[in-house]
Design a protein around this ligand. Structure first.
Ligand SMILES: *Cc1c(COP(=O)(O)O)cnc(C)c1O
Length: 380
């Protein structure tokens, strides 16, 4: 079975993890700061905070921005549920902005309309979580321009996009956002098994996020109320969580960072080959993009029933998938009042989408098998 995505872990990564196991610190040692520095440099951003998942990074991003009860947060319906759940963790309301069917990212025209309506009705969101679907950055300059007059915070969910670029800068540079988060789940650009990172150029947000990730406990006199009582002293000043990354995970991450550019270049070659070899088939391809991190390669069927094609691909040993079931159609979100028809572009995309395998170790003959099988099914 060819999976839709998988990690690439070699002997260097294994050695790096084993070395940590033989050292003094399994957590709170030197690997986490080293990994943070690697991301901070790569993404050309001022601060990087490692946490135990992308979901944790989204949660503390919202908390650091002050998202709370009576606030609302907007995101894209075509994402993993974590992009929306983070708002609900903070007691805020969630709403969605429909996608642009071409980019599959949040539609800037829809956003503009929704902002204008919200401004008139006094229900502007506190923050917007934009999602760089499949690894292609959203139009951040336009989104920043639209949200700036209303003072709305921007979080980039770059779980798919680490290693990609936007406007000549690495995704994660936060040129047009307050915070970027990414994920190191095994199918993502690089992996730490589980893990995530929060990136920001705002020192106050970085400090707040760090507090929420570490129990709300601080040893920094600047963050304390009153005076320190001595060198042993710490204070809990917020209700925080234990979202720390361990040194085992960070060591794996450091070793993976050395391979990131090679991984992205392999993903781009795979995407380009699909673009070329599938061009004649009755389906809609993703927009080509040499700045995308190509986390996913999602096609949309135009003349065939998705279920039938999906099943035939699976039977042929090709691990296809669907990204994503629109978040607002999940039962939990339906119970909040969302319904079928609320975001028609997202629903139309979902109805015909299939994710084809993309991962750095996918071999040419395996990709050929995917292409030939799909061609055979669609020619029938
Ligand atoms: C993977 C992913 C997340 C969550 O990351 P975890 O590290 O699995 O918690 C959030 N948003 C998107 C778009 C993702 O793909």
């Amino acid at each position: 079975m060819i999976p839709y995505g998988r990690h690439t872990v070699g002997s260097d990564e294994i050695a790096a993890v084993v070395e940590v196991l033989q050292n003094q610190f399994l957590t709170q040692g030197e690997q986490v700061p080293k990994f943070e520095q690697a991301l901070q440099r790569y993404c050309q951003v001022q601060h990087a905070l490692a946490v135990n998942s992308g979901t944790s990074a989204l949660h503390i991003a919202c908390l650091a921005l002050g998202v709370g009860h009576k606030d609302s947060v907007w995101t894209s319906p075509i994402s993993f549920v974590a992009s929306a759940n983070c708002a609900l963790y903070c007691g805020a309301d969630i709403d969605f902005v429909d996608i642009d069917p071409l980019t599959r990212n949040m539609c800037t025209e829809q956003l503009e309309q929704k902002l204008r309506y919200a401004a008139e009705h006094n229900c502007l969101p506190k923050a917007i979580v934009v999602v760089h679907y499949a690894g292609q950055s959203c139009d951040m300059a336009t989104i920043r321009q639209l949200t700036k007059p209303y003072d709305i915070a921007l979080i980039e969910d770059a779980s798919h996009a680490l290693g990609g670029q936007y406007n000549g800068a690495p995704v994660g540079s936060c040129q047009y956002s307050d915070i970027t988060i990414t994920s190191f789940h095994p199918v993502k650009s690089i992996t730490t098994a589980e893990g995530g990172m929060l990136l920001t150029n705002n020192t106050a947000l970085y400090k707040k996020a760090g507090l929420f990730a570490k129990h709300g406990v601080t040893r920094d006199p600047d963050q304390m109320q009153g005076n320190s009582e001595g060198p042993w002293y710490y204070q809990q000043v917020e209700l925080g969580y234990n979202y720390r990354m361990s040194d085992l995970h960070a060591a794996l991450g450091c070793a993976q960072m050395l391979q990131l550019d090679r991984f992205i270049s392999a993903r781009r070659d795979i995407a380009e080959y699909y673009q070329h070899e599938l061009a004649h088939l009755p389906l809609r391809l993703p927009l080509p993009g040499d700045t995308s991190a190509w986390h996913l390669f999602s096609i949309e069927l135009t003349h065939h029933a998705r279920e039938n094609v999906f099943k035939q691909l699976q039977l042929a040993g090709i691990g296809v998938n669907v990204h994503y079931i629109p978040i607002h159609l999940q039962p939990f979100y339906q119970n909040l009042g969302f319904k079928q028809g609320d975001f028609p572009q997202a629903e139309a995309f979902y109805n015909n989408a299939i994710t084809l395998p993309v991962y750095p170790a996918l071999q040419k003959d395996e990709q050929r098998r995917v292409i030939d099988t799909l061609s055979r099914i669609l020619d029938n």
